[in-house]
Design a protein around this ligand. Structure first.
Ligand SMILES: C[S@@+](CC[C@H](N)C(=O)[O-])C[C@H]1O[C@@H](n2cnc3c(N)ncnc32)[C@H](O)[C@@H]1O
Length: 273
């Protein structure tokens, strides 16, 4: 198989990756046939997966603008993925020129492509690190140079925590990051769940099996378990809700106009006191 310029030598391009599968769902071009095959298999069980991802991106952009409108100028996006349309740095820096953005991902394609996109952006950086090792993220040169932890930060954990298994202590990692943040910081989070999916869980479980087969388990958590990630934060209105229901842009927004798949899983924003 030919290796394109954006694929670092270190990666095994015969093994699917969640970041490239996600890129495929979003209509991107940074994916291989193995990724597309896994994505198509997952979509046999949940054909609305691309709709869920679009709702996730739309929520993320609204939440970044919300943070910028409230004076936040620093964004730490962990599990940032392969850059695509409407990236965090674009939304943040257009709402708040000079805003600082650090992307963190453990996927080499996500890191390499983010580096390429941010090459001329002095206010943004990329870290190759793992959410399960929060101290490595906080101690990275990019975070130290670009983020002042004495001032509020918007911490984004968008569509990442459902890839961290309980045995890897995702709650501990989220708490360590929270403890490093100044008062007035925000946690912006989305998470997959069987709740809200317009299908019986037994059927949606076929998608979970596909991720298990590619050794990147997808952990569907209940709303209560997702709410626990916000320990130590006060929830911003309207709380932890389906993605389209979080501060829709239009005052005339009508849930009936949304695709039913978009209501799968949960989104929320919390603020540290
Ligand atoms: C579904 S994508 C989400 C991308 C982006 N946050 C968004 O919502 O559009 C999940 C990303 O999290 C990354 N990821 C998964 N587990 C991770 C971990 N333990 N540490 C760092 N990144 C991780 C994957 O490599 C992937 O790029």
């Amino acid at each position: 198989m030919e290796r394109p310029a954006w694929a670092p030598r270190s990666i095994d391009i015969s093994v699917p990756s969640v970041s490239r599968i996600y890129d495929f769902y979003l209509g991107g071009s940074h994916n291989f046939e193995v990724d597309r095959e896994a994505a198509r298999k997952a979509m046999e069980f949940m054909p609305g997966l691309p709709k869920i991802m679009q709702a996730n991106r739309a929520f993320m952009r609204r939440a970044v603008r919300f943070a910028a409108d409230r004076g936040i100028t620093q964004f730490l996006d962990v599990g940032s993925g392969i850059p695509t349309f409407g990236n965090v740095h674009e939304v943040a820096q257009s709402a708040s020129p000079g805003a600082r953005v650090v992307y963190v991902d453990h996927d080499p394609v996500a890191v390499a492509h983010s580096e390429a996109v941010l090459r001329d952006n002095a206010d943004a950086g990329v870290v190759a690190a793992d959410l399960r090792k929060p101290q490595e993220i906080l101690a990275s040169p990019e975070v130290r140079q670009l983020i002042d932890l004495n001032r509020p930060v918007a911490l984004l954990l968008v569509a990442i925590l459902h890839f961290v298994e309980d045995e890897d202590d995702p709650y501990g990692a989220v708490a360590e990051l929270r403890d490093a943040l100044a008062p007035g910081s925000l946690l912006v989070l989305t998470h997959a769940s069987y709740e809200g999916i317009p299908l019986p869980p037994e059927r949606a479980a076929g998608t979970v099996d596909v991720y298990k087969d590619i050794r990147n388990p997808l952990i569907m958590r209940s709303r209560d378990d997702i709410a626990r990630f916000f320990e130590g934060y006060d929830m911003v209105e309207p709380g932890l809700v389906p993605m389209p229901s979080w501060r829709p842009e239009s005052e005339t927004w009508d849930p009936e106009d949304e695709d039913p798949w978009a209501f799968s899983g949960f989104a929320g924003v919390g603020r540290t006191a």
